[in-house]
Each structure stands twice: as C-alpha cells, then as structure tokens.
Write a new protein. Structure first.
Length: 427
C-alpha cells in the first residue's frame, strides 16, 4: 500500500478489518444458530474475500493453505461417505465457517496491534461464555467433586439445547491462560499510550477475566479439563518462569497427573473387570476404554475416508452391533478427527496446529528477548494450545461442537504471533 494515495490505502484497510469482523460474526452464527449455518458459511467466504482484497500484497497466499485445503477436501469426502447426511452437514457448515474465520484473522493479524486485538478478543469471548454458562450449560450437578449439587440449583437453565460441560471447559481453556499470563505479567503503558495499550496494562481486567473463566472451568467438573489445566500451568511456567522454578512446577504437575490418573484408573477398573453397568456409565474410565476400542476398529477399517462427520454412533451400531451408549463421539480428539475425516484429515489438522505453534514459539522467543509487552500473550496462547492437546486425549470438546470457534480463533492467534515476532525483530 506504500504507492497508494492515503484515501485508497485507508479504504483497503477498512475493507480488510470489516472482513475480519464479519468472519468472527459468521463463526458465531454457525455456533449459536443451527438453522442459519449455511448462511454463516457463505458469510465467512465473503469475509475471506474482503480480507484478501484489502490485504493486497500483504497476503500473497492463504495461511497454512496446504493443511487447510486437505481439511476442506476431507470434509467433502466426509459428505460423500457418510451414512447420516443431515448430521454430517450440521457439522460441516460450522467447520467451513470456522476455517473461514481462521483464514481471515490469520491474514488480518499481521501487525502487533492487530495480534493484541485478536488476543484480547479471544479473552473477551471466553469471559462472555463464562458469564453465559450458568444459563446454558447442562451441569454435572450430581458428580462428586468440590461443589455441592445445591450450587447448581441456583443456576436457571434458559435454553433447552444445553451445552455439555466438557465442551464449555474446552472452549474456556482456549482463552483462560492468556488472561492468566497477562494478569501475571502485564505490559507497562506510558502516559501517552492509546486505549489498547492501557487495556493490556490493566492487570485488574485480566485478573477478573482469569478468575471468572477458571471458576466456571472448575464448575464444569470436567476431569479432562482439570488435568489439561495442570499441563497448561506447567507449560506457562516453562515458558515464562525462571529455570529452576519452571522445573519444579513441571515435576509437580507430572506427579499430580500421574497420581490422579492412576487413582482414576484404579477406581474405575479396566474394561475386562468392569460390569456392564460400569461400562455404560459415561463418567467411568471403563466406558472410555470400550469406546476407544471400537473407535480404533473403525479407524482401522476406514483409514483413508473415515465414516463421516457425526457418523461414529451409527457406524458403531450398523457394523459392530453396538448401540448401548448414547453419548456421541469417540471421547478423544484424535480418534474423533480420524473417524470424521480419515487419517489424512487428522494429519492435516495436526500439521496446521504444529505450523501455528511453531510460528507462535518463534514469535515468543523474539518478543521475550526484546522484553516486548506481547510476550505474555504468546506464552498464554501456547499454554492454551498445550491444554487442548492434553484434554484431547480423553474428550473431543472443541471439535465438531459449538465450542469449535474458540479453537480456530486460538489457531489464528498463534499464527499471527509469528508476524508480531518478525515485526519486533525488524529495525
């Protein structure tokens, strides 16, 4: 835009920003308004076009285009092989809208200021979900943990189609530790700083957001999210704290996970020794073992295509005669993506996540070395992604659910942090 007159350059920047905002709206519609998911997908396509036109030479190619193209191709294959077309379309529309949001935000977030806005927006979305959770989540009121069932009796349920507690927990993991990192290491704002710099330096804002999201996360009683939070704390300590302190935190987290996981497995028992009632109880480890067993069989039978998005339960019933459980999904992010999109789709998603993480870690190193105020954002985003990887071992949460837009927002932030690092390194 250097050779353009100011009016044209400002117009293109406005078009690009409008496209990014429109993509976020499209992903929100896809998550919250099932009847309009097809329209949200079309809106996301328009948003990507606006961002690309506005960016001009700033977007020579789409971010991670190879991995995303593979995901789009395998979602098309999913529609071809599925036995449940309606269910598959219901999950495909939001995936396409979320991919559109990822592309739009990853292209738009090429400057430090825009990356900071994406990070602040992700925390804001997480805080908004936390505030809505008392009214929209179907709580595990009877599950024995820290909270009495009487606590949940005070929450009025305002919707019939409630959000699963594990899904809410996964969505909050995407943003909670960004708020934690900014609360621990807020940047300094000068007397002449703008509103965004003052917001980033407002420790009280990030403490409030972190406490709100972590409180709701604990209210979900999601044991996978509890373990993932410990992993996120360990990663955040390793990235930000002194070496000895980080090592101590990592060791304590590993011990806590080992002890907690061992006690859970011992308490629930193995599949072979569990009775049928225990296997059908979705809160037990025996249930997950049974589901993982059949999921692995299906992935082995359909490695290249999967069984179609949302087709796991029907395939399980028709091919293996197992229709005993009603909980949808494979209770593992990695198995679920392999079932939905085949092993090529799983490889593409992991490649996209790895590319985004690589850019974020490279940006984190530059930002930390320069004592840049954005380095806590990078540390918190990487820690959040680590938490999702850990939670994905036992839950699907942010894949094929209404919390999926938070995953794609986090991926866009991670990708954009690489651009922030390069901009900081330039003289």
């Amino acid at each position: 835009m250097a050779d353009m007159n100011p009016m044209t350059a400002n117009g293109l920047r406005g078009m690009e920003t409008a496209g990014a905002a429109l993509a976020v709206v499209a992903a929100g519609i896809a998550a919250g308004a099932p009847a309009w998911r097809w329209a949200a997908c079309a809106l996301a396509m328009v948003a990507v076009a606006l961002v690309l036109v506005g960016a001009g030479d700033g977007a020579r190619r789409l971010p991670a285009w190879g991995a995303v193209a593979a995901l789009l191709a395998m979602s098309g294959v999913s529609l071809w092989v599925t036995q449940t077309p309606a269910e598959t379309w219901e999950r495909t529309w939001p995936l396409w809208a979320d991919i559109g949001m990822f592309w739009a935000l990853a292209v738009w977030a090429r400057t430090r200021r825009r990356v900071a806005l994406v990070g602040a927006g992700l925390v804001g979305a997480g805080a908004a979900l936390a505030l809505l959770s008392p009214f929209v989540v179907g709580w595990f009121a009877e599950r024995k943990t820290f909270f009495s069932p009487s606590v949940y009796a005070a929450f009025p349920r305002l919707v019939s189609d409630t959000v699963h507690p594990n899904v809410m927990a996964g969505a909050l993991l995407c943003a909670a530790f960004i708020a934690v990192a900014w609360a621990l290491w807020p940047p300094r704002a000068s007397a002449r700083a703008g509103w965004l710099e003052r917001l980033l330096a407002a420790r009280a804002v990030w403490i409030l957001a972190a406490v709100l999201m972590l409180l709701v996360l604990f209210l979900t009683k999601s044991r996978g999210a509890y373990g993932a939070s410990l992993v996120s704390i360990a990663v955040l300590a390793a990235l930000a704290a002194r070496r000895r302190m980080a090592l101590a935190v990592v060791v304590l987290v590993v011990l806590a996970l080992a002890v907690g996981g061992g006690l859970w497995v011992r308490q629930q028992g193995a599949t072979e020794s569990a009775d049928e009632l225990e296997i059908l109880d979705t809160s037990t480890f025996a249930f997950r073992q049974r589901v993982w067993h059949y999921a692995l069989l299906l992935v082995g039978d359909f490695p290249l295509t999967g069984v179609g998005m949302g087709g796991f339960n029907v395939a399980l019933r028709d091919l293996y005669g197992y229709a005993a459980f009603t909980e949808p999904g494979a209770h593992s992010l990695y198995l679920q993506v392999g079932l939905d999109l085949g092993l090529p789709g799983l490889a593409a998603l992991l490649a996209l996540a790895a590319a985004s993480l690589r850019r974020a870690i490279a940006g984190l190193r530059v930002l930390r070395a320069a004592s840049d105020g954005l380095w806590p954002l990078a540390a918190g985003a990487v820690a959040g992604m680590a938490a999702l990887f850990a939670q994905g071992l036992v839950d699907i949460t942010v894949w094929g659910t209404r919390g999926g837009f938070m995953l794609w927002g986090l991926l866009a932030l991670l990708y954009g942090l690489g651009s922030a690092g390069r901009q900081t390194r330039q003289p």
